[in-house]
Ligand binder design. Structure first.
Ligand SMILES: C[S@@+](CC[C@H](N)C(=O)[O-])C[C@H]1O[C@@H](n2cnc3c(N)ncnc32)[C@H](O)[C@@H]1O
Length: 314
């Protein structure tokens, strides 16, 4: 993993399932690789190290602060890395710009980095007070504040139910609309806490509402659906994609996409003759997702809901 000049300095973000990602992608020189969510550059470091001396890596991130950090931490490999401020939905264009026809491996590690969660001014955390922001890309027009203060009660209820799977969604939406405007994270977290009927042992009552708002603000599920076909198209034969997700809705999208794209026929099961003309593009390397072991969860509790799925291009 990325060495620090001072061993006592904690890395800003601990990469989840690091060794599993490196062994999934099998980086080698002179391969071409993509880290679609480069964050603090942890997985990228491993890919660059293992693909020495000629392997190249394209690193994308929506968050300019993450890119600046990755740039700083990966200086040793600066001659082999291309960093771009872009959503991973821009993968195809980014590869065109570089003139890369195909790549040998792609990793995408969804969700929030520790730097983002731990920076109150980014508005991702309900445990620190800050503006209700939650945008990965601060140049995007819609923040959580806009959604909370301008959506209708039914839109908010739907969003909290769909993306947060919170059984208190209607009650929370009603309380939000009755107490607007909201400008800070703690103001919202306290209202949700007061409104929710939580049981002993439940997670913090604001967890699901904050997750739902973050997913909606950043169009996370739609972006993942847009990205997967681009990623599979971009892989060379034998190239691999590794996806780490932290939410059951994300994992379902990846699982269903991999399953469909690994089949030669996608006609309805009761149809006697195939008419779809579909051909398998990938082989699923993981039928079941890989999850962190107890040691990893103990040393990095943020890894606890991670699921890794891997596929290989035919
Ligand atoms: C969990 S972190 C990645 C950590 C990284 N794998 C590492 O080892 O340091 C997720 C990153 O994805 C970025 N991100 C979220 N949505 C994105 C999108 N649509 N396009 C590109 N990056 C995105 C976030 O800004 C964040 O930096």
């Amino acid at each position: 993993m990325i060495p620090t000049s001072d061993k006592a300095v904690k890395p800003p973000h601990v990469s989840v399932l690091y060794h599993q990602i490196i062994s999934a992608l099998r980086p080698a020189s002179p391969g071409f690789y993509v880290d679609a969510t480069i964050g603090a550059g942890g997985h990228a470091w491993g890919i660059l190290e293992k693909s020495s001396p000629f392997g190249q890596l394209l690193g994308l991130d929506s968050d300019p602060q993450a890119l600046a950090l990755a740039h700083q931490r990966l200086t040793l490999y600066s001659h082999r890395i291309h960093l771009l401020h872009s959503s991973y939905t821009g993968l195809r264009n980014a590869l065109l710009t570089l003139g890369w026809d195909h790549v040998d491996g792609i990793v995408i590690d969804l969700g929030v980095s520790s730097m983002q969660i731990d920076s109150p001014e980014r508005g991702f955390s309900f445990q620190h007070d800050g503006p209700l922001d939650m945008r990965f890309d601060p140049s995007q027009p819609v923040s959580a504040e806009t959604l909370v203060n301008q959506s209708s009660e039914s839109e908010l209820a739907e969003l909290i139910w769909r993306y947060g799977e919170d059984r208190n969604s209607r009650r929370i939406a009603r309380a939000i609309v009755g107490n607007r405007p909201f400008i800070s994270t703690l103001q919202l977290a306290n209202l949700v806490k007061k409104t929710s009927r939580s049981r002993p042992g439940d997670i913090h009552p604001a967890t699901r509402t904050f997750q739902a708002l973050r997913i909606a603000v950043n169009h996370e599920l739609e972006s993942l659906e847009d990205f997967l076909p681009q990623a599979i198209d971009s892989l060379s034969s034998g190239g691999r994609i590794a996806v780490i997700s932290f939410h059951s809705l994300e994992d379902r999208i990846v699982k269903q996409y991999f399953r469909r794209e690994s089949r030669d026929c996608v006609c309805p099961a009761d149809q006697p003759v195939c008419t779809c003309g579909h051909h398998a593009a990938i082989i699923e390397v993981t039928r079941r997702p890989i999850t962190p072991d107890e040691n990893e969860i103990t040393s990095n509790t943020r890894s606890r809901s991670a699921k890794l799925r891997i596929a290989e291009k035919k």
